[in-house]
Write a protein that binds this ligand. Structure first.
Ligand SMILES: O=C(O)C(=O)[C@@H](O)CO
Ligand SMILES: [Mg+2]
Length: 271
């Protein structure tokens, strides 16, 4: 069975952020991920992980001005210095939290800038970030994201992400395979797992039900089937990663909403 990490940005919103670690551990999670740690001291986060026996499996590098609508800056010409400073900060947190992988968000393609220029900026930033991360034994991840949730996002397709990772050629530059985004953008999810997992370039999976991004047992994807495919292929190729549970609980605003929606996880553990 795959290992599941609780995404504390989306799950357990019925609790204040720092209390979500305890809630996730109480539900049997051994790993956590979230969008950004930067509003908290790394030492406080590390203490929560230690207190609850949790591993930090992923978080994101600074994305630019999130509240103003930015969704990463890696493809944006002219923002290279900010990208480098942000990535250095992310690496400091990764060290303190013993987190093996960092997601670098591409950003929204600005109108009027040629794609080739964005592509060159993106690849140069990723090559630099992968080199920095390698010195500390960390991985850099890139994630294709569906353009309904993030209109204009630069990276949307699995094939494109793998082409970029392959072209840059850094062994620690990998793809974050979010099954929810993949289903929305291109479908054929099981075959894409079979195609890409054996390449060694998949660094992490994430899941959510499609289309509402609720629990994985709500919606059009058959997750028990996909978990079996991941298990089968992972065993054959020796992959040992995590699946981040990155969904908004259908009863998320209700006390106990996240736990009440974890029946799918209890069923998976029993299977
Ligand atoms: O939205 C997603 O999917 C993510 O994995 C985030 O890191 C980016 O918002
Ligand atoms: Mg994701």
């Amino acid at each position: 069975m795959p290992r599941f990490a609780a995404n504390l940005s989306l799950l357990y919103n019925e609790h204040p952020f720092l209390d979500r670690f305890a809630a996730a551990a109480a539900d049997g999670f051994q790993g956590v991920e979230y969008l950004f740690p930067y509003a908290f001291a790394a030492a406080d986060l590390a203490q929560r992980l230690a207190d609850h026996g949790l591993q930090q499996v992923l978080f994101n590098a600074p994305p630019g001005d999130w509240d103003a609508g930015e969704r990463g800056i890696a493809c944006l010409p002219g923002r290279e210095a900010e990208f480098r400073a942000g990535f250095a900060q992310a690496l400091d947190y990764a060290q303190a939290l013993n987190c093996p992988r960092l997601h670098v968000m591409a950003g929204l393609a600005p109108a009027g800038v040629e794609r080739t220029r964005l592509q060159a900026t993106y690849e140069a930033n990723l090559a630099w970030a992968a080199e920095q991360a390698a010195t500390l034994g960390r991985e850099v991840l890139i994630e294709p994201i569906n353009p309904r949730d993030f209109p204009g996002y630069f990276l949307t397709h699995q094939a494109e992400a793998h082409r970029i990772a392959q072209a840059i050629g850094a062994p620690n530059l990998k793809v974050q395979f979010d099954l929810y985004h993949c289903q929305i953008v291109e479908g054929d999810v099981a075959m894409k797992i079979r195609q890409y997992l054996p390449t060694g370039r998949v660094g992490h999976f994430q899941l959510a039900g499609v289309p509402q991004r609720h629990e994985p047992d709500v919606g059009e994807l058959n997750y028990p089937y996909l978990f079996n495919v991941i298990d089968e292929v992972a065993e054959a190729c020796g992959w040992q990663g995590w699946i981040g549970c990155e969904y908004r609980p259908a009863r998320g605003a209700v006390a106990g909403g996240t736990r009440d929606g974890l029946g799918w996880l209890r069923d998976t553990r029993r299977a």
